[in-house]
Design a protein around this ligand. Structure first.
Ligand SMILES: Cc1cc2nc3c(=O)[nH]c(=O)nc-3n(C[C@H](O)[C@H](O)[C@H](O)COP(=O)(O)OP(=O)(O)OC[C@H]3O[C@@H](n4cnc5c(N)ncnc54)[C@H](O)[C@@H]3O)c2cc1C
Ligand code: SF4
Length: 522
């Protein structure tokens, strides 16, 4: 028997969880289907050994790369999706990112909407996810219609010193906008305890603004909103005309179940959503559901990212390191007129995490020593949409991710710029300029050295646009070819910008939520 709902949402992460929350008050019957379970609350949530070295909560799924080699993706299936593990750096895309931008490596195409159209939803998403930040310090900060509701998370002394050094050099360092429920004026009652296992870890005390804590759990208080966990959506079937999704085929507890809904929203993450549409090919949609354009699965982007450790003879005792960022080189510099990207931090690395990433060991250092003395930078440059960087399925239906890096010169320039900046730090009172030993690259990918496995920032595989020949979704993120099918995860991005993607996914889900409320008459 097929059970019918007003809306089915597939995937409970940044996109799906936020949309579920937006629609729950409508009184419409909404079903959220999530392939994973709740991440268990246990001490291992905060164990870098369990999380980073052993990959306790990561999927064991095996994909293939374009050469047919096995690929173990660094991604998580559970209620809240990857936001359970994210660093909660919640950035708006820059206003210019919505237009066309020329990069050294090619063109970053324009979005089919302006920043001004997205702005109200950014504000709503920042308020919903309780972002802590400060407007107007970041030189590339786009205009906002309202302030953050909470002031920025403070720097610890070593990070403040670095910020002062950058400012002394004429740069404009700023506080990372963060979704952590930290009250620094009243640490005694603060939900967040400011720990060193935030980025990459679930929050044991539910003080990180993730999609489960902020959206899914509160939405479930509405009797019309339901969640099924362990519900893997295998396929979507259509009506005879191909214009409607008629059945959602789910594998759950070893059984096959079918559901249907007036509106079906796919939000399984950019790779799994593309795979689901490709798996759902039928006579009316021979190349995959909603894929007359042949763009589904193409233009995969994941950002050009590096973790760079700056080693000093002086230790870095910072607990919560991810508070400082630099966007001075986002659009280029006086001697290189192309966008370079964004400089910020990862959570403080420790020896277990380093062991998982198999870094190059600096001469004369151990991993423990490196971890105690490093500043651990996160550098992001824009990944440009290439139709040959794509998700496909192999004959057994397994995910294949083919990818050739691009725009790498921008990233090299960004790295070189940071290297120069680090040489100009304040003389240390103990070691003088000899204190700063230099930058060492580290692969972040757990237990292996395949950079492609780092799919944390996946986006772009089901792009939205005005032309059905070159996009799969219209501006409301509805499939051009299937009237009741929407996609609200990171798939819809036509370009990836160079800031973290989650806030844009959340804001867009709120935007699509308004459209669906109007469509449902709710
Ligand atoms: C370690 C880490 C740190 C990060 N830090 C940041 C950060 O600081 N700032 C930032 O902006 N971003 C960050 N990100 C990225 C951010 O988490 C993602 O951009 C965001 O979660 C993507 O949202 P989504 O809705 O597209 O997909 P997801 O959040 O991945 O949600 C997809 C959901 O769909 C479910 N699903 C998949 N397939 C199926 C299926 N067939 N049937 C049913 N359910 C399915 C999955 O289990 C998952 O719950 C980080 C990611 C990681 C892994
Ligand atoms: S307590 Fe705060 S810093 Fe620690 S994981 Fe939770 S939100 Fe992050």
């Amino acid at each position: 028997m097929t059970r019918h709902y007003d809306v089915i949402v597939i995937g409970s992460g940044a996109g799906g969880g936020t949309l579920f929350h937006a629609l729950a008050p409508t009184g419409k019957r909404i079903l959220l289907l999530e392939r994973g379970d709740y991440v268990p609350r246990e001490k291992d949530n905060w164990s870098t050994k369990a999380v980073n070295l052993e990959g306790k909560y990561a999927t064991r799924e095996s994909w293939r790369d374009g050469e047919g080699r096995e690929l173990h993706p660094h991604t998580n299936y559970g209620v809240g999706g990857n936001t359970k593990f994210y660093g909660a750096a919640l950035f708006r895309m820059r206003r210019e990112d919505f237009g066309e931008l020329k990069h050294w490596g090619g063109v970053s195409p324009a979005w089919p909407m302006t920043y001004e159209e997205m702005e109200p939803y950014y504000t709503r998403a920042e308020h919903l996810y309780q972002v802590r930040g400060e407007r107007g310090v970041d030189p590339t900060d786009p205009p906002a219609s309202a302030p953050y509701r909470h002031g920025p998370v403070s720097h610890e002394p070593r990070i403040q010193q670095l910020s002062d050094d950058f400012a002394r050099l004429g740069l404009r360092p700023f506080h990372v906008p963060l979704g952590v429920m930290l009250d620094e004026r009243d640490r005694h009652t603060s939900a967040c305890i400011r720990c060193d296992t935030c980025d990459g870890h679930p929050c044991l005390v539910s003080a990180k603004s993730d999609a489960q804590v902020i959206c899914v759990d509160p939405a479930l208080a509405y009797p019309n909103a339901m969640l099924l966990t362990g519900a893997y959506v295998k396929r979507l079937e259509t009506s005879a005309s191909g214009r409607q999704v008629s059945r959602v085929i789910v594998e759950r507890g070893g059984e096959v179940e079918t559901y249907s809904a007036d509106i079906v929203v796919v939000s399984a993450g950019a790779i799994n959503s593309a795979a689901l549409l490709l798996r759902s090919a039928n006579d009316r949609h021979p190349r995959g559901l909603a894929n007359g354009s042949d763009v589904v699965g193409r233009h995969y982007m994941g950002h050009v990212n590096s973790v760079l450790m700056a080693l000093s003879k002086c230790p870095n005792p910072t607990v919560f390191q991810k508070t400082l960022a630099l966007n001075d080189f986002y659009f280029g510099s006086s001697d290189w007129p192309h966008p370079m990207g964004h400089i910020s931090f990862v959570g403080k690395l420790d020896a277990y995490t380093l062991r998982g990433g198999a870094p190059a060991i600096a001469p004369g250092w151990t991993l423990e020593l490196m971890a105690r003395h490093s500043l651990d930078f996160w550098l992001t440059s824009e990944d440009l949409p290439d139709p040959d960087n794509r998700v496909t399925l192999d004959r057994e239906g397994r995910i294949v991710l083919s990818y050739t890096p691009n725009n790498e010169e921008a990233h090299r320039r960004l790295t070189g710029t940071l290297r120069e900046l680090m040489k100009q730090q304040t003389r240390c009172g103990v070691h003088g300029h000899e204190c700063h030993e230099g930058l060492f690259a580290r692969s972040l990918y757990l237990g292996q050295r395949i950079p492609l496995a780092g799919v944390a920032h996946q986006n772009g595989t089901i792009r939205f646009g005005v032309d059905p020949a070159t996009s799969a979704l219209d501006v409301h993120c509805r499939a051009h070819e299937v009237d009741n099918l929407y996609v609200v995860d990171g798939s819809f991005f036509p370009s990836s910008a160079a800031v973290n993607p989650a806030l844009t996914i959340m804001a867009n889900a709120l935007r699509v939520g308004d459209h669906l409320r109007a469509r449902l008459g709710a």
